[in-house]
Design a protein around this ligand. Sequence first.
Ligand SMILES: Cc1cc2nc3c(=O)[nH]c(=O)nc-3n(C[C@H](O)[C@H](O)[C@H](O)COP(=O)(O)O)c2cc1C
Length: 154
Amino acid sequence: LDTNTLRAAFARFPSGVTVVAALVEGKPAGMAVSSFTSISLDPPLIAASIQRTSTTWPVLRKATTLGVSVLAHDQGELSRQLSRPGHRFAGVRWSLGSSGGVLIDGASAHFESTVHSELSAGDHVIALLEVSAFSYESISEPLVFHASSFRKLA
Ligand SMILES: Cc1cc2nc3c(=O)[nH]c(=O)nc-3n(C[C@H](O)[C@H](O)[C@H](O)COP(=O)(O)O)c2cc1C
């Protein structure tokens, strides 16, 4: 199978966009992640699929607490910034959660989590995260990622 066209086919599945982030040596580090999914209520588990080539995940997975922020409709450009090389958090407003996770201001929902386990999955790693704290906005329009573009719900 051709991986480029397969990627395009996978991208027909619309998703939200999250930012997985942590404090590393006193500074925020993180990456945009659209492969977020909720897994279990008891225990509370969420998951993300991370490409093996990621240079940020090996740093994040060692952090005590990982913040996962579900981005809102007006945070598409922010997610692009948080996927590029360089100083990703320049100009980004964020806060520390009650468990010490790095949370993006203005997001629709926030989870703080610890790494529960990692499952090797081809050229990706499925990271299972156990949620220790969360909050959400009751009225917030989501950012939708579809076919490599950001969309808003009508
Ligand atoms: C909207 C969006 C969604 C992304 N989703 C994922 C994802 O689910 N998994 C992943 O490994 N990388 C994802 N990325 C790419 C990462 O954010 C990042 O660019 C990549 O890990 C390379 O950077 P790094 O070497 O710092 O990890 C996404 C990027 C964008 C813009």
